[in-house]
Ligand binder design. Structure first.
Ligand code: GUN
Length: 287
């Protein structure tokens, strides 16, 4: 039997429409427009596309986006100075620095320089820590987007055996924490995992976040399992694919996300939600 496809694009569009209503309602109460500073350093073509999508989503929702397109030669000191300025600017609710950064800039130091309350990516160690201690505030966009996707599809992860493949700081690790919070028994697999196939084969819920095309073989999937593919890989012919062998996996899974049109749009919608949340949290801490 073929799996049900979880349409992330449609779920994200619904989320954006709901966020627009919330932003409009706040405007009608005379409240300030939420604002997101989006910083792009250099001209990496993939990053330029991601940033354009984030700016377009801001437009759709009614969030003001302020663009900083900086040259690839930007120094760490210059970027710190801009972040300091934005941290201190009361009219800015969220700060996003698109990764990857050029080699002269240390991404970890930049993430820590962003005020935790404006860290709408949810990458700051403070925000990851809050998620770890079950007090989430600004949650990493992609993992939180996956949780929202499951909710929207009516899938309840409580009690499931979940396997996350890939444990990067921005995606896999917070995904493990999100699934723990949702009541799963979670295994995080990585390059030193002894038997990836066996781990995937016993999972009720598989989340692929390794960034390796075709890493997860369709035959590994337990019949009826939920398969969430976070990987976005560009092949030599220019097409996009995930980490999961979709054609075979969809014949075994109960539910599966496509690439593109799966998790990607959810990341952007969650970023918009985080920006609105950052604004409301700052309002309540100022008053
Ligand atoms: N590069 C690729 N994905 C992301 C993301 O979600 N946020 C940021 N800041 N950079 C990225």
């Amino acid at each position: 039997m073929s799996a049900q496809i979880i349409n992330g694009k449609a779920i994200a569009e619904q989320m954006l429409a709901q966020l627009k209503s919330r932003v409009d309602e706040r405007a009608s109460q005379g409240k300030r427009t939420p604002s997101l500073a989006v910083i792009l350093v250099g001209a990496d073509p993939a990053s330029a596309i991601y940033v354009r999508n984030k700016r377009l989503a801001c437009e759709k929702v009614g969030i003001r986006s302020i663009s900083y397109d900086l040259p690839v030669s930007t120094t760490e000191t210059e970027l710190f100075a801009l972040i300091d300025e934005l941290n201190a600017d009361a009219a800015i609710d969220g700060i996003l620095v698109q990764a990857p950064l050029p080699p002269q800039i240390d991404e970890k130091r930049i993430i820590e320089a962003i005020s935790a309350e404006k860290d709408v990516d949810g990458f700051h160690p403070y925000n990851i820590g809050r998620l770890a201690v079950r007090q989430p505030t600004l949650r990493s966009c992609t993992p939180f987007g996956v949780i929202k996707m499951l909710e929207s599809a009516g899938l309840k992860p409580l009690g499931m055996d979940a396997v996350v493949v890939g444990v990067s700081n921005h995606v896999g690790r917070p995904m493990v924490l999100e699934l723990l919070l949702a009541g799963c028994t979670v295994t995080g697999c990585h390059r030193h995992t002894k038997d990836l196939a066996a781990n995937v084969a016993r999972a009720d819920l598989v989340v692929a976040a390794a960034g390796k095309p075709g890493l997860i073989k369709g035959e590994w999937i337990k019949p009826g399992a939920i398969v969430i593919d976070i990987g976005i890989n560009r092949l030599a012919d220019g097409s996009l694919c995930g980490d999961v062998d979709f054609a075979v996996a969809k014949e075994r899974a109960g539910w599966i996300t496509p690439v593109p049109g799966g998790v990607g749009p959810m990341t952007v919608a969650t970023l918009m939600e985080n920006t609105l949340l950052a604004q409301t949290l700052r309002e309540s801490s100022v008053c």
